[in-house]
Design a protein around this ligand. Structure first.
Ligand code: 5AD
Ligand code: SF4
Length: 444
């Protein structure tokens, strides 16, 4: 069996990686580490011992980038302490800022340049920083077996595609991750198989827009089916779905397989059709609500979560109210909620002024967050009395005699322990709830 865990051999040069941003970045760090281990490096979790310090970065909002600039200053302290330490910025911010970053660090590598990391590391010298930010139409890292960086060994990410062709007007991702391309389906199934053989119980298939997966006639629903067939005890999740693309075929495929988790992350962004048009989402409010109805008619117990942006260009009070009313209508299980952050180079930055005052954006965001708190509670209250199969993650934070783990819907459950280990399944019944957690009793 292939080793998929980090090598920590102290005789090797050591690399330290910090990961920011989305799940895709978490998996990319695992790919980078795999490439570097093959080139003779080992992982360290202690920055003080690192020969190479890497930050895998995110550009989605300005505050994500500001955080990285702050981290770079701290990394430089390590460089002062120990001669020869190399600082590398990789990922989306590397791709976006290119030479501007090269003035501050030793290596800059974009999301499609990870195979050249060993060469960049070899070539780097005090007056000779290295950069590779070429985007590719083909790179999927299909043949690379990621070194798993998760702590509990039960849940892992599998990237099924890279890039994005959607060009939502606010979004930097198409510029940092390039054109969309799907990965060889057989390598995906093989990776799921390998994870199962290594004791993993859950895989999450990742893509910016999984519904447009397409490889040699295999679409996303087919792929889901192939991965679900690896083992009935292997849970399959996926993210992210696009409301314009999520097909009935995917919904029915989920319904047919008990091990495909009933959870769909379906970012709505706004409840106003006017805003959705300006955002170039290619669906309107009615379309979104129809997709939610379809999902729930086929799978009444399916968890639905979302992303919302407050204060996009030109957003009126009415548009904002439309977002609130949609949230109230749908009752999302949970949501990631953001204030609009203009990204240089995007369509919106060229076409639409970022004209909503900071105070208005913040006030609207706070209203959205408060409403979602009430909706999460309402959504959880509907679960009282229901029986669910939970995959144990570990002891609950508050009480060591209790365990926590997720239901298929992705809701967090807490329940009494009988000594089960992470990766075991338990049957529970929901007794009471908070907006964040289902409190359960054992029925197995
Ligand atoms: N400003 C604020 N939020 C954004 N997102 C994407 N781009 C921006 C932006 N410019 C949000 C969207 C997306 C999530 C990953 O990040 O809600 O779904
Ligand atoms: Fe992920 Fe988007 Fe951030 Fe890139 S910009 S790391 S794709 S969230």
């Amino acid at each position: 069996m292939r080793n998929i865990k980090p090598i920590t051999d102290p005789s090797r040069p050591k690399v330290y990686i910090e990961t920011y941003g989305c799940q895709m970045n978490v998996n990319d760090s695992e790919v980078i580490l795999s490439i570097l281990q093959d080139a003779g490096y080992a992982l360290t979790e202690n920055i003080e011992q690192a020969d190479v310090i890497l930050a895998n970065t995110c550009s989605i909002r300005d505050n994500a980038e500001q955080r990285i600039w702050g981290r770079i200053d701290q990394f430089k302290i390590q460089k002062k302490k120990r001669k020869g330490v190399i600082i590398g910025i990789v990922g989306c911010m590397a791709e976006r800022l290119k030479d501007e970053l090269l003035k501050a660090v030793d290596i800059v590598a974009g999301p499609d340049s990870y195979r050249s990391m060993p060469e960049l590391l070899k070539a780097v010298a005090p007056e000779s920083p290295q950069i590779d930010v070429l985007l590719s139409h083909e790179e999927t890292y299909a043949d690379i077996s990621p070194v798993r960086l998760d702590k509990n060994g039960i849940s892992a990410f599998i990237s099924i595609m890279r890039g994005c062709n959607n060009v939502c007007s606010y979004c930097i991702v198409p510029y940092t991750r390039g054109r969309e391309r799907s990965r060889d389906a057989h390598t995906i199934v093989r990776e799921a198989q390998e994870l199962w053989e290594n004791g993993y119980k859950e895989v999450t298939l990742l893509g910016q827009n999984v519904d447009s997966y397409q490889w040699e006639g295999i679409d996303f629903a087919d792929l889901l089916e192939m991965v679900a067939a690896v083992n009935p005890e292997l849970r399959v999740r996926f993210s992210t779905s696009h409301p314009k693309d999520i097909s009935d075929k995917v919904i029915y495929t989920m319904a047919r397989h008990a091990n495909i988790c009933r959870h769909i992350h379906l970012p709505v962004q706004s409840g106003s059709s006017v805003m959705l048009e300006k955002m170039r989402r290619k669906y309107d409010r009615e379309w979104y609500l129809e997709r939610v109805d379809k999902i729930r008619s086929v799978m009444p117990d399916c968890g639905i979560t979302t992303d919302v942006i407050a204060g996009f260009s030109g957003e009126t009070e009415q548009d904002h109210q439309d977002t609130l009313s949609l949230m109230e209508k749908v009752v999302f299980d949970s949501a990631f909620m953001f204030a609009y952050s203009e990204r240089p180079g995007t369509l919106a930055s060229k076409k639409y002024p970022d004209d909503i005052p900071y105070e208005t954006k913040t006030a609207r965001l706070n209203e959205i967050i408060a409403l979602q708190g009430r909706m999460s509670l309402k959504s959880n209250e509907k679960e009282i009395g229901k029986v669910m199969k939970v995959l144990v993650e570990g002891p609950s934070k508050k009480n060591p005699d209790e365990l926590c783990g997720r239901a298929g819907s992705n809701k967090m459950c807490v329940f009494p322990s009988r000594g089960e280990k992470p990766g075991d399944y338990c049957e529970v019944e929901v007794v009471s709830v908070t907006s964040a957690t289902l409190l359960c009793r054992r029925i197995d």
